[in-house]
Design a protein around this ligand. Structure first.
Ligand SMILES: NC(=O)c1ccc[n+]([C@@H]2O[C@H](COP(=O)([O-])OP(=O)(O)OC[C@H]3O[C@@H](n4cnc5c(N)ncnc54)[C@H](O)[C@@H]3O)[C@@H](O)[C@H]2O)c1
Length: 440
């Protein structure tokens, strides 16, 4: 039998993996506080929503109708084909029009009731039942057909223009994708674009060493494929893929995806670049768990070949394949992993980094010698302290804290006083100019 939710125990107790017998023993239950997952046959909360709007109706954005393919999506793609850039839309709040609640507007053929039925009197019970069945059937088939299609990703929206988001945007644009980079302020976006330009210059210098003119063309074409916006909801209407690379905080990620779910096209795949959070918990904030997966890039994105493609129990095979193809189109090497804490790399790497800090904290060796030892003795390209500074100490602390919360007794997950002190002092590594080492 196919399970839709990972064993909740496996997530709260890392040792559960040894006691569970695999997927068969997973519980078919929603996670605490989460709606039932998008099981086509199950009691999905969306399917149980009343088929008729409340008196007075709800307000819905005019453009959330999704079947057939939204006009704006088609126009966006037409713009792409003609070489024009889809301009960022004005804030969506100003585009609201009276209509049914957003969830119902996804199925316009049934969700827009005749005025006679909608506002005057509630439908007779039998009619309500029939309509509910119709909504259930249309919504199920609509979701199922979106899940069944493999998407060739052309247009990407990257949310978060920091270390990772800027890198993802750069690589996507450099490989022929149209990219919209989103962050919270224009100032951050200006900085992100500057970082992308600097990084691209290095790539162009290396790649087109013999032909600087071609390098200049590559740079201007790549930069020309990246537009920016401070309003994610206003730009996701015509995107094939949303890659989220914002702050590592479940609540903030959930709020973002819940909002975007209402504005993105039906076919749009959502992916999170989270290093430590459970993908299922992020996906459950949306109604598109089948089109939701993890896409875990590595820092620095333009150089690191690996992408972990994380398939939750609800991710459709087509979504997984679409993301695998997209990763290959970026010139990366995708590997598959289940939605397990730390996925592959971090589950092995973070305990190693923290053990290095403990070695240093105990005074057993200097950080310089530990770095040298691991480079020369283990053949690692960077020592653990160089890597910690490169990744960002706040990111490592966040991962460690999350794991400690899940398994407080595990000695590998105990907090580190030096790491905590540096983060409190805002010495986060290379990105702030100081971490374990100084960079100015
Ligand atoms: N740093 C790494 O080495 C690394 C590696 C792999 C994955 N990740 C993951 O990638 C994600 C981003 O990490 P990072 O190192 O790039 O962080 P970062 O701090 O460098 O950048 C995060 C960016 O997101 C923006 N942001 C925050 N909330 C936002 C919102 N609601 N809407 C739009 N933008 C928002 C911030 O302004 C910031 O520019 C995290 O989930 C992290 O776990 C990090």
């Amino acid at each position: 039998m196919v399970s839709f939710v990972a064993c909740p125990k496996a997530w709260t107790d890392l040792r559960c993996a040894s006691t569970c017998k695999g997927n068969e023993s997973w519980t078919l239950l929603p996670l605490p506080g989460q709606p039932f997952p998008g099981n086509r046959w199950g009691p999905d909360s969306r399917f149980r929503r009343p088929a008729f709007p409340r008196a007075g109706g709800g307000a819905a954005p005019a453009h959330v109708s999704l079947s057939p393919a939204p006009k704006r999506a088609r126009r966006g793609r037409a713009n792409e084909r003609s070489g024009r850039e889809s301009p960022p839309r004005p804030p969506v709040t100003s585009r609201r029009a009276p209509g049914p609640a957003p969830e119902l507007a996804r199925y316009p053929s049934v969700a827009a009731p005749s005025p006679r039925v909608s506002s005057r009197s509630p439908p007779p019970p039998v009619m309500a039942f029939v309509t509910r069945q119709f909504v259930r059937s249309v919504s199920s088939s609509s979701t199922a057909s979106a899940a069944a299609k493999k998407i060739v990703v052309k247009h990407v929206t990257v949310i978060g223009g920091g270390l990772m988001g800027a890198g993802i945007a750069q690589v996507a644009a450099a490989t022929g994708h149209t990219v919209v980079l989103v962050d919270q302020s224009e100032d951050i976006l200006v900085k992100s674009k500057r970082n992308i330009e600097e990084s691209l210059r290095k790539v162009a210098k290396k790649k087109f060493a013999e032909n600087p003119k071609a390098g200049d063309e590559f740079m201007s074409k790549t930069l020309g494929s990246i537009s920016t916006s401070t309003d994610a909801a206003a730009v996701v209407h015509s995107t094939d893929l949303v890659v989220e690379a914002i702050v590592e905080n479940l609540k903030v990620k959930n709020e973002l995806f819940k909002r975007l779910d209402k504005f993105a096209a039906e076919h749009t795949i959502f992916a999170s670049n989270t290093s430590s959070l459970q993908i299922t918990s992020i996906a459950n904030a949306t109604t598109r768990q089948d089109r939701f997966a993890g896409l875990h890039f590595f820092n620095p994105v333009p150089m690191m070949k690996l992408v972990e493609v994380i398939k939750t129990p609800m991710t459709s095979q087509k979504t997984f394949e679409s993301l695998t193809d997209f990763s290959k189109a970026l010139g990366k090497h995708p590997v598959a992993c289940k939605d397990t804490p730390g996925f592959i790399v971090n589950r092995l790497l973070v305990p190693y980094l923290i053990e290095s800090i403990r070695l240093y904290e105990r005074g057993d060796a200097s950080k310089e010698d530990i770095d040298t030892a691991m480079k020369l003795g283990a053949g690692y390209p960077m020592g653990p302290f160089e890597l910690l500074d490169y990744v960002g100490l706040d990111t490592t602390k966040f991962i460690l804290d999350g794991w400690h919360e899940m398994d407080a007794k595990n000695p590998l997950f105990q907090p580190s006083s030096s790491l905590n002190k540096l983060v409190t002092e805002k010495k986060l590594g290379k990105k702030t100019g100081e971490g374990f080492y100084k960079y100015k």
